[in-house]
Design a protein. Sequence first.
Length: 142
Amino acid sequence: MALTPREVFLKLVWGVSEGRWDELPELYADQTRVEHPFSPSESEPMRTRDDLRKHFSAGKSLPPIRQEPANITVHETADPEVIVAEFEYRGTTESGEPFRVPCIFVLRVRDGKIIASRDYIDHISSARRRGALDEFIDAIRA
């Protein structure tokens, strides 16, 4: 039996937190549409599982960060394929400083695979937790 949208979402956020970069693309359909509307550097949606493989492989080069999803609230909608998930990534940086990155994901899951996602992430908090705030500001200026 296919995973529910809630189950797919939980596999996604825990997979990100645990750095399971090679497994994450398998949560998506071959043809999908993943958008990060608030990202200063991603203007085009990712449309294929291969696009997502490339996207998630960038995580392999990041320093390991201890984090986990927290404050999770999943809103079911009138459409059984669609959920809205509010949560935050919470953890500590390499230097031991605590952080939280608020997020809202709107997912459409069909047959246990993500066919569309709009991921609203606090990119400033995310850059700060990675020690990349200056790089983030440069991306905005560009």
